[in-house]
Design a protein around this ligand. Sequence first.
Ligand SMILES: [Zn+2]
Length: 209
Amino acid sequence: MRKIFLSCLLIFALIFSCGAAKKSDDRKRMGIFISNFTEIGLMNFDLENKISDDGVLHLGDPDNMHELIRFGIAHNIINNKKLIGKCKRKGCEFGPDTLSKEAVASSVKKYFDLPVKHKSIKDPNDYPPFTDFDGKLYHFDKSEWGTDTVYYADVQRVEQNEKILTMSGELYDFNNPSDRPATFTAQAKPYTWNKKDTWAILSLNVEWK
Ligand SMILES: [Zn+2]
């Protein structure tokens, strides 16, 4: 009897520790997911389609399509270096680098579950970095697409209700992880992309300490 009791205890201990490990694995995966936005400096946004002066970038507004395109380009410069090609245009004024429209659309679909309407970003009234879309490729200079400090997300709390995941925690400097200058709250929906279970972002709010 005692043996059975001890075996049961062991099984419970194993189940419990697996549960805890899975929880921290999930938070790590969520942190990597959120870091895809913070590492390129995309910090305060949601997917609403409205015009307002609330300091939040509304990525559902068609006038902000260029910001989704910027995400697609910046994301691939950092994470899919092999997809960045060399420009074959003679004396290309936009720089030596190119990226296919498929790569841009695929990244935006993966992280936002939104479609891309491809276009150039070269309005002089806009702010850099600029890119020229030639119908197939985006032309740009990747050296203009970085941020001064790369911030990653440490997910510390997770709540899930009605299919929406709310994650919160701190942002830290990738090169100096003890430097944690901001807190964040993000919402995402569980989402299947390329047959893999992942999330699509709904909003991110960052507050500097
Ligand atoms: Zn070019």
